[in-house]
Design a protein around this ligand. Sequence first.
Ligand code: TPP
Ligand code: MG
Length: 475
Amino acid sequence: MLTDPAETGAVTIALPQDVQGEAYDYPEYFLARRVHRIERRPPTAGMIADAVRAFAGKRRPLLILGGGVRYSGAEEVFRRFAEQFNIPFAETQAGKSAIPWDHPLNLGGIGVTGGPAANAMAAAADLVIGVGTRYTDFTTASKWLFRGEEVRFVNINVAPFDAGKLDGVKVVADARAGLEALAAALAAEGYHSGYRHEIADARAAHDAEVDRLYARQYRDDDFVPEVEDGLPWRQVLSEFASLTGSRLTQTEVLGVLNRTMADDDVIVCAAGSLPGDLQRLWRARGRGTYHMEYGYSCMGYEVNAALGVKLAQPEREVFALVGDGSYLMSHSELVTSLQEGVKINVILFDNMAFGCINNLQIDQGMTSFGTEFRFRNPGTGQLDGNLMPIDFAANAAAYGCKTYRVRTIGELEEALAAVRRETVSTLIDVKVMPKTMTHGYGAWWRVGVPAVADSPQVQSAYRRLRENVGQARQY
Ligand SMILES: Cc1ncc(C[n+]2csc(CCOP(=O)(O)OP(=O)(O)O)c2C)c(N)n1
Ligand SMILES: [Mg+2]
């Protein structure tokens, strides 16, 4: 099964302790050498004919570049397909960095954590061609994103389960083989999209937004954070600034990282507000330089996976981008990296919060509850005391890492230059202001909200939920 591209994946083998000590005489043939050929599954003529029919009369097609494009080594074929028929493409988390950000057809990230270009084009698309995508809840904005009256789907995927999603035309095939066959058939039909200036316009709007966010700086008097919600953020930001001495915004820090990293440096990330910010803002230049765990968005993956990436690609500089919450959940392989002499770099974004969950709970009608890292207040008995400062640099230094404390852009630039010269693992403890991550762009995410509640805010969040569910596709 693991040699099947559709079924492959991580495996856990759990043996009871007593079984591990037992002996068993396996027949020799069981251990005989076997060669498993990993074939590129070709599409059938019938599948391609169905797919070509779905293109008929479609003027506003949109490609989705999923992780399968990378796993199949289909990057170049995908790029040529897009260029040949003038079809823009949107990136999923797993697909990002297959094709550089500045390709004229690249619209950037799509979905709940996507940006303005891809989401606007998705809303207007009349045909979506998903290549190697699982159409997760995030990519489809809980099936709400694609709202063109006539929109249909063509899905190239080795997994039949995924190929059938959104009532699509199923091209159950390897991404590269499927795209090659479809390109030949579409060329024979003389297909071409109907776009004129729309792609360049959408890209320009997206780029301007990224530039704006990379330049976002805090000012004491008139600053309004990107996530302007019901948290008393004015108070929280000034408390944060006086406690840490930092006035850095998360998006300006990402701008500096993007500008200073080498084209083949790898970034690793998984959970918190960073995946959304990175899918929207990260300008990936080198192929395979963006490694995001977004199957489960599992907190604690970042530091540990960075070690795995470094073992696989020792010639590259590897950076784990991790929130304070995720770092606290698990970072134990930092110690392993020191033990093994395998250098990784951790860039820790400390906003003293489960920031994205704080945003989410307030957006769903709650007040801030247990998601800011605050001391328990003896007066109220609640977790609403002062913010709890943690010296993460001291924590990693105790293990033996080289560490840096960052509160200004100057300190950040110095630290980024310094870590490249190090041979041991490093940690940069960057204090970033709460609420300065990006917000959403023309997407929605289905989150459970109580149907019955006293709070008018929760009642209205529930009404919004029902409205959006009503607009989403059923299947
Ligand atoms: C193992 C695990 N538990 C819980 C969650 C739900 N969750 C997603 S992000 C998050 C908080 C992340 O906080 P932090 O790492 O500080 O990132 P921030 O949102 O502040 O940027 C939680 C609890 C998860 N994704 N994975
Ligand atoms: Mg945090």
